[in-house]
Design a protein around this ligand. Sequence first.
Ligand code: CMC
Length: 380
Amino acid sequence: MSEKKAAGGLQGIVAGQSAISTVGVGGIGLNYRGYDINDLAYKCSFEEVTYLLLKGHLPNQQQLNELKTLIQQKRQIPCKLKQILETLPKESHPMDIMRTVASIVGILEPETKSGQEYEISIRLISLFGPALLYWYHYSNTGIKINENTGKDSIAENFLKLYHLKSEIDPLVIKTFDVSLILYAEHDFAASTFAARVTVSTLSDFYSGITTAIGTLRGPLHGGANEAAMQYLEPLRSIPQADQFLNSRYQSKQLIMGFGHRVYKMEDPRSPIIKDFSLQLSKTANGDPTLLAVSQHIEKRMIEEKKIYPNLDFYSASAYKQCGVPTPMFTAIFVISRMTGWGGHIIEQRSNNKLMRPVSEYTGPAKKQFVPIEMRNKANL
Ligand code: CMC
């Protein structure tokens, strides 16, 4: 067996085949099942992209209508899940809630036979937002929300349930919807790869998803949108932004929301979400200072470090202007990436082989065994 030398972080290693998306092929570009991310973001809904990623093709009108009806049904929160959510502390991190929801649904509605992947994916995509917001409102104010907001899209349902309003600004809904499209799929990103490893052992669908949620959470991956907002929030002027950047440069700390393993130039998703974040900044509820600071940081990072913003950087200001609290940012990423994870689990299972790489051993040479009574005398 020929073995390729290990690269740190598996950088540049082709770890399998996939027909779902192209990430940075030739250094640029992102396509889902052959469709350019710009077309999908500006001309499609998240529901169409969900269908595309899970079924392999865009839906026709009837298929889309059926999917929307299914989503409406599948957003109902089971009573037992509500009871559990009511016991969870308000200090819990939303990512812990998401991981727990996936796990509890895996117990209440287990995967019992083959061919259930599409239905379970739609169940989780539809339920994650309502369940998170049920916990959020109950734990903070004792209100038990009604998760059914009729035929609303995933985006509109989330925003209505969070804000407890029956009308949401269409630009806010569109921005949120576009963010879901942009976050939906990204090839063998760490969380997707983790899900594929888990199901390659013939484990169940929900175990693949809980693995993925745990992997997404870290700030080098999905947690970067929350981490970006945490440093952006207190910066209310350009001098403050300069002071922040200079001190990070000096201490050689990472600037979250910048850089990417694959894209070494611009992340193709970044200008799209920036466009919507800028549009929001010009509205009555927008935050032009946040955008001015963000653009200044972007300009300096490109000019001085040649490091470009990734999707997480302008998602932070976009979500903030949608009125969503910072700790929920990565949980929203879960709702979206559930589509990509579902597509990858289906693909992995269609041609499964246990994922079990080898390491390059760097430990001690073979040693003579030392009995326990001799160990304090021996040079171990
Ligand atoms: N801030 C400051 N310096 C950076 C950054 C950053 N955000 N990203 C990369 N660099 C530097 C890095 O320190 C290294 O410098 P040097 O060569 O002097 O040691 C150089 O750029 C190359 O970086 P790298 O660590 O070899 O690149 P990588 O491919 O291993 O890392 C990354 C990719 C995403 C982990 C990294 O860019 C990073 O930590 N970014 C911040 C976290 C972040 O925004 N993550 C979201 C990624 S995109 C969405 C997603 O996948 O969820």
